[in-house]
Ligand binder design. Structure first.
Ligand code: GLA
Length: 389
């Protein structure tokens, strides 16, 4: 078990008493690129996580060990700029936010490892930020609740890493609940859990194995395009501040004022927010067929209107779209690579994966990886006694 491995490595390297924390990755059933538009998302935490063994160190320096990257580095408690070890920057970004909030930061010894696939769109970096924030909240007696920790880790990503992401990934990692997705209102941060009754179906992620380099620049561009859409509409609706409050009537009534590309982006966001609500109703009604249809429709919007998909993602969705064993499929996360999420009939899954692995290999030259989604609990401490048999 990874928690034990992390703790053992800590104990081999340090003679202090560590505490152990974990924070999970996430999936998103539907509601993509809506979080930074004050809209709705429907994520869940998964059973794959980042594990952190950590204790305050004496003096000004601590040692940070990444099991996954095979690196061990000395870090000053005063360090407040990026360093060349990418994984460590996610931790430093969180420390920097606590420092900005007025906390004195001691040095820390720590060991970190994850079983969330990196770069596959399951938010391993948000999980890393969340596990560090949760640990610091404890050691610094900061008393922050989970919502505040989600804001803090989002600021760490925005300010220190430089990606203008929304709140979904961090919020999902901190608030996940086994066997549930939850609808998050990204404006009020109210959320509601929906039990997943999948019966003979389950979610499978198909991993394109690619992450195109334009992912983060295009992400920030989409944010700007949405802001431009608001600026256009504000001329007609001065009180308007986000696409969350826009509907089709408002868009269509003012279509001629829009740059056509911006119109298309805004139409996508309006429709995707609607799809989240319809999916929630479908989950309440145990209507998996509608859930699946919403997923396919979301993909079409992401591909054609919002234009954040890529050939590999489209290929994987196309391959399953006519398959009776698949109720729905779409790209998941920011786009330009990563995984598709698929709602698949369990007893047909092995056959399906075999077929698609072959065609995907022929199409892209890449061996297809797949992950069965198992939902899990949000960020927390792992009591060390619970590991000792
Ligand atoms: C990335 C971001 C999230 C969200 C998604 C798209 O995962 O980190 O905030 O915007 O893309 O839905």
């Amino acid at each position: 078990m990874l928690a034990e491995i992390v703790l053992n490595i800590f104990n081999e390297n340090f003679d202090t008493q560590a505490m152990l924390f974990r924070s999970p990755g996430r999936i998103n059933l539907i509601g993509e690129h809506t979080d930074y538009n004050d809209g709705f998302v429907l994520p869940a935490a998964i059973d794959k996580a980042v594990y952190l063994a950590i204790a305050p160190a004496k003096g000004d320096y601590g040692r940070w060990i990444s099991v996954d990257f095979g690196e061990s580095i000395e870090v000053s408690r005063m360090q407040n700029l990026k360093i060349s070890n990418d994984w460590a920057n996610y931790l430093l970004g969180v420390i920097q936010e606590f420092r900005s909030a007025g906390f004195a930061i001691p040095a820390f010894d720590l060991v970190v490892a994850a079983d969330i696939p990196i770069g596959a769109g399951m938010s391993s970096s948000a999980a890393l930020e969340c596990v560090m924030a949760y640990a610091l909240n404890h050691f610094l007696h900061a008393g922050l609740d989970r919502k505040s920790l989600a804001f803090l880790t989002k600021r760490a990503e925005n300010n220190f890493i430089g990606l203008q992401c929304g709140i979904m990934d961090m919020f999902a990692s901190l608030h996940g609940k086994k066997n549930h997705v939850f609808r998050l209102d990204c404006r009020s941060l109210e959320y509601e859990y929906f039990p997943l009754h999948l019966n003979d179906y389950y979610f499978i992620l198909l991993d394109t194995g690619v992450k195109h380099s334009l992912a983060s620049s295009e992400y920030n561009t989409r944010r700007e395009e949405c802001a431009e859409g608001i600026a256009t509409l504000k001329k007609f609706y001065p009180g308007l501040n986000s696409l969350r409050d826009v509907d089709h009537e408002m868009l269509n009534a003012n279509k001629s004022a829009f740059d056509p590309l911006i119109f298309q982006r805004c139409a996508y966001v309006v429709e995707e927010n609607n799809r989240v609500q319809l999916t929630c109703q479908a989950l309440r009604d145990n209507d998996l067929a509608t859930t699946g249809r919403m997923m396919f429709a979301s993909h079409q919007g992401l591909k054609n209107q919002y234009q954040v998909s890529c050939a590999e993602l489209d290929f994987l969705v196309d391959q399953v779209s006519e398959d009776p064993a698949v109720l729905g499929a779409r790209m998941m996360g920011g786009g330009f690579g990563g995984c598709t999420i698929n709602l698949v009939l369990k007893n047909q899954a092995a056959q399906l994966i075999e077929k698609i692995s072959e065609s995907y290999q022929a199409f892209s030259g890449i061996a297809l990886k797949h992950y069965e989604v198992v939902t899990g609990e949000g960020t927390g401490e792992i009591k060390i006694q619970s590991l000792v048999q």
